[in-house]
Write a protein that binds this ligand. Sequence first.
Ligand code: MYA
Length: 537
Amino acid sequence: MPTVTEVYDDASAYDDRDVNDSESGEDDGPAAGPSDPSIATPSSKKKKKKRSKVSKVLNTLKGKEVPQVMVDKVMEKVNEEHGDQPLMDEESIRRLLEQLKVNDVLQGKAGLGGKNKKDMGDHKFWSTQPVQQFDDAPAEQDGPLEPSRPREEVRQEPYPLPKDFEWSTIDLDNPAQIKELYELLSANYVEDDQASFRFQYSAEFLEWALKPPGYHKECNVGVRVSSNKKLVAFISGVPITLRVRENRVEAVEVNYLCIRKKLRSKRLAPVLIKELTRQCHLKGIFQAIYTGGIVIPTPVSTCRYFHRTLNVPKLVDVKFTFVPRNMTLARMIRLYKVPSTPHLARSGLREMEDRDVEAVAALYSRYMERFDLVPLMSVDEVLHQFMSGRGVGEISTVTGRRDRQNSETHKITDFFSFYSLPSTVINHPRHNLLEAAYLFYYASDVAFEDGTDDRGLLKHRVQELIADAIIIADQAKFDVFNALTLMDNMSFLSDLKFGQGDGLLNFYLYNWRTKPLAGINAVEDRPIGRGVGVVML
Ligand SMILES: CCCCCCCCCCCCCC(=O)SCCNC(=O)CCNC(=O)[C@H](O)C(C)(C)COP(=O)(O)OP(=O)(O)OC[C@H]1O[C@@H](n2cnc3c(N)ncnc32)[C@H](O)[C@@H]1OP(=O)(O)O
């Protein structure tokens, strides 16, 4: 990983251009689709007619999947008779179709991106689990779906595996075993719908993610082929203390469920999940949090991925994004150009250090009160989450202002953090790796001043912080900066030129009932995005 230190040091090279400024003139529409679909026609009557035509075409498509061929067909239909002045561009149409899909999913009608094509009621495994089912009434009261049990009432022997396979606890203190896990995930973990990109967690990153304070080694559950001991499946759970609305919940964060491609669709996943659940029960843990692109019973919230383009030529080359019709590559490069030095370098932005950890922990705890689903972190956990990931691609910064009483000391007022998670570019002649940065946690004490939301002060501050995160990521040669519609992210995504992605991430709670939390939809008193305050690695 390139280091970022020189970025902070080079404050003299401070570039005063606002990261929001489009240098390419007013006609430079957003390239990767941050804007709402627009219909640019002069007369309102004409507009109405055209809109109804658009909705007619779109309505016929409700509930279906959105392959490229369909986008092309709709584009052709919507734009026919409009010659040089198309009503809607490709990206807008795709997004509208995606939106229809989202609505269907939320209504339980359809799966996403072909990931679960079966009927939503037909979940042989999940219908037996203590999770909210699709047709359950919204939870009146928060709490567990089934009671915790004493250790002696928990099944003592492992679940049976198909013959030829055996259980294997992955020892994270053994570099050879971490390497085996890395190899399993590199070849078999999460891919996008088109199988163009696959997450590539490094071995060091996995070690960091799977060894937080108090982790249980038995919760790294592997499956091997008995004859040759090859690792073919894995699931993990690390301890996490959650606040779900007003309840404190001791849980595990489940991640890295993976089965070798050749062994898919053999109902091995439910066995892995049950075995991990058993291990957790033996430790006295009866709740879990997990995320996934798949829709199963029942998301407590759904967030969308947004992407801030950095390396335009590469992203176009690998087809992560495309040059829209009304744009050239050169204009797109100008549009996404970022300054060379963080703006806050002047006000003390620097890498986080051990001495900051207590202040960051306090700032984090107070800031996270803004959301309904958050990890509660001890000082040790803050140390682990924001400092121990350093060598493996995590970048954490703090900024602050001088203490009024003592001009020598700084008071930490803000922090932000992001991490590196590259993806393998599958079958590309020139590029092997997409270097992606993912926004992690951040906080600002501006949130604690009265009326800051009304005056837009917090929005402004968070925007400054994330603009700097983008600059640092750009300097560190990341190709793209990703964020989800959670925490306060909605307040900067569009201004900082994030484009809406195809991917949705569903959040799930195991054995905990609560009403849906704000994600892509607002919920009661919470605006869009502001329910979820959990970022999973
Ligand atoms: C108290 C402690 C509790 C701890 C446990 C809490 C729960 C944790 C839950 C796990 C959180 C994981 C968080 C992450 O890591 S999310 C990342 C998931 N991993 C990947 O996407 C990597 C690539 N894919 C694969 O390796 C396989 O396709 C996997 C392993 C995902 C499924 O393998 P396969 O494709 O060969 O399927 P099957 O025939 O064995 O089994 C089919 C059954 O499995 C259900 N299924 C499929 N995918 C998922 C999924 N992502 N979450 C939950 N359930 C899933 C599916 O609905 C069906 O059940 P039902 O619909 O018929 O009922």
